[in-house]
Ligand binder design. Sequence first.
Ligand code: TLP
Length: 343
Amino acid sequence: MSNYIDLRSDTVTKPSEGMRRAMYEAEVGDDVFKEDPTVNKLEGYAAELLGKEAALFVTSGVQGNQLCLNVLTNPGDEVICETDAHIFNYESGSPAVLSGIQIHPVKGNYGVMLPEDVEEAIRPVTAYYMAHSKVIAVENTHNRASGAIIPLENIAALKKLSQKYNLYFHLDGARIWNASVATGIKVNEYASHFDTVSCCLSKGLGAPVGSIIAGSKDFIKSAYRVRKAWGGGMRQAGVIAAAGLYALKNNISRLAEDHEKAKQLANVIAENPNLEIDLKAVQTNIIIFKPLNSSVSEAQQKCRDEGLLLSVGKTDSLRAVTHLDVTFSDIEKSIEIINKVFL
Ligand code: TLP
């Protein structure tokens, strides 16, 4: 894919030279014995950054979310999340498969669920014949809502609700770093509202693999056991943890540049009469837009033929995601391609 400008996702990045050096030099041990010093360092550093008692290095964002949900629930329980949430749409039905739980989707606006809608979705505890509401989950930034940021006031209101009904509050913070850089609100401030958080190292931060989950010590102890049961116990994982540590230390503040690139591209798309975009949604590094005169697959193929790779946002739209492996000059070229294809 090296001849293409690849905007399919911010997961497509390759480890930089500095990151590879950190991986090469990483001190390692057997992490199943908790003896990998680099994994331990990463988990300690991430817990501190997120303001949580403890953290666990896991293989992916999906594993992170699902471990959290598994530990917080029992079979027959229900998780309330936004209709377009990753947990509901892109995790292979694993809440049902891995934990015997179901999702209760609530329609939001720019990924934001109104507290009154969430309250309506909460099941009465006396209704033994219904699923038990157990978790409210928020996605920030919201992938399918074009990387929109969930405002802190909304998070605080949902947190209050979770407390009122004795529910757990989970953050799918795969891109919480983007929200933090865009708003200036520290990640630990976001995380402080939640019982459990899952954040990705392998999206905008550029690590080749891995996510972090964080919460109380007891929660992490349980998640550690489930991770092993699910085949996620890793051995000399310091090699990849080193990349994660490097990513957290070096690649957060530069996300502002990805947001700027996304704005540039989105502004041009907004001016093209053959494309439709909601500019208000483009708040970080994800751009979702609709081709008006061709199908999504046709449009995707035409861009590909010109050297630009895009993914599908929702069924009727394309998605472009900026990241640390695309330069401003790549964005210029992408603009030329888009204007040529959607003439
Ligand atoms: N998202 C991927 C695809 O699955 C759509 C992408 O290219 O954006 N939470 C959120 C909000 C995510 O966007 C993703 C990945 C995950 C969780 C899962 O992370 P991975 O892919 O590491 O399991």
